[in-house]
Design a binder for this molecule. Structure first.
Ligand SMILES: Cc1cc2nc3c(=O)[nH]c(=O)nc-3n(C[C@H](O)[C@H](O)[C@H](O)COP(=O)(O)O)c2cc1C
Length: 276
């Protein structure tokens, strides 16, 4: 009896050594959905792969041989190399599938622009500032939010002027459509607008009073009919206390459609605090 027990222990020990040796000789790696096992020795036909989300609720078994095996694991899954014996012990490696790259954008382009009849540009389907916003978003990986008025401004230029004047005189806050889900996730905000009456269109006040940009980097861009920035930069600074400002981009509205290269050069020249 004693001899039998000793023999059994011996056999189990041999198995354990065999399993450990064969498995540890193997290597396992995971890259982008492909699981690679290499270095299995010819006798170690017992290898299987399973993976789980940690609570063993989604275990799948893959038969593998030397080479690549596609597994449909997702981020956080752990992959185990089993010894394939009845005990199915994980004998070698535990590998976590890496989390996918963070695709959340941390740059926002928020702009207001009025389409329709435009100063010295004629009738346009897309406003001048919207064109600049598009050039920026072509170069920068950012979310884009159009600050679109709930009550659209007239298409007619001369009808729009007195409305804009009234809004400014009365310190109005024209409403805009939609909302930004989570402003906190943005580190950098490009802010675009046309110059109206030498200053910011009042809808920019509505926007900036709704969203707190303190602690963020604000990068203004603007189109105008000859005034340059007007008073807008100082208005922005008082509307965005605690924000850091980077030199912006301003161009006459008549030049907007030719400004793609200027925009790209400007973007290359400013140091975005966040890689895009
Ligand atoms: C109501 C209104 C007021 C404007 N006031 C000025 C102004 O004070 N100074 C200026 O240079 N341009 C002024 N403009 C011209 C616009 O700034 C210019 O056409 C701009 O490119 C329009 O941009 P958008 O198409 O994105 O709205 C005004 C335009 C409008 C409609």
């Amino acid at each position: 009896m004693k001899t039998l027990k000793a023999a059994l222990v011996f056999i189990m020990a041999v198995f354990a050594v065999f399993a450990a040796a064969s498995a540890f000789a193997a290597e396992m790696s995971y890259d982008n959905g492909t699981f690679t096992v290499s270095g299995l020795d010819g006798e170690a036909k017992l290898i299987q792969v399973s993976y789980t989300d940690g609570c063993l609720s989604r275990v799948k078994i893959y038969d593998v041989e030397n080479g690549e095996t596609n597994v449909d694991a997702v981020a956080g899954d752990k992959l185990f190399l089993w010894d394939g014996l009845d005990t199915m012990r994980p004998v070698a490696f535990t590998l976590s599938v890496p989390a996918p790259e963070n695709t959340e954008k941390n740059i926002l382009i928020a702009y207001f622009s009025r389409a329709g009849e435009n100063w010295q540009v004629g009738y346009v389907e897309k406003g001048n500032t919207a064109v600049i916003a598009e050039y920026i978003s072509d170069s920068v990986d950012a979310d884009v939010f159009e600050i679109a008025p709930t009550v659209p401004y007239p298409k007619d230029y001369y009808e729009t002027i007195p409305i804009a004047q009234r809004e400014r005189q009365n310190n109005e806050r024209p409403e805009f459509l939609g909302e930004i889900g989570n402003i906190d996730k943005y580190d950098t905000v490009f802010l675009g607008y046309p110059i109206w009456n030498g200053g910011l269109p009042m809808i920019m006040y509505t926007f900036l009073e709704q969203y707190d940009l303190s602690g963020k980097t604000v990068i203004p861009f603007s189109t105008h009919g000859g005034s340059g920035w007007g008073s807008t930069l100082s208005e922005l600074r008082s509307l965005c206390p605690g924000a850091e400002f980077i030199d912006g981009f301003s161009t006459p509205g008549t030049n907007a459609r030719n400004a793609r290269n200027d925009v790209v050069r400007w973007l290359e020249g400013i140091e975005l605090p966040i890689e895009s």
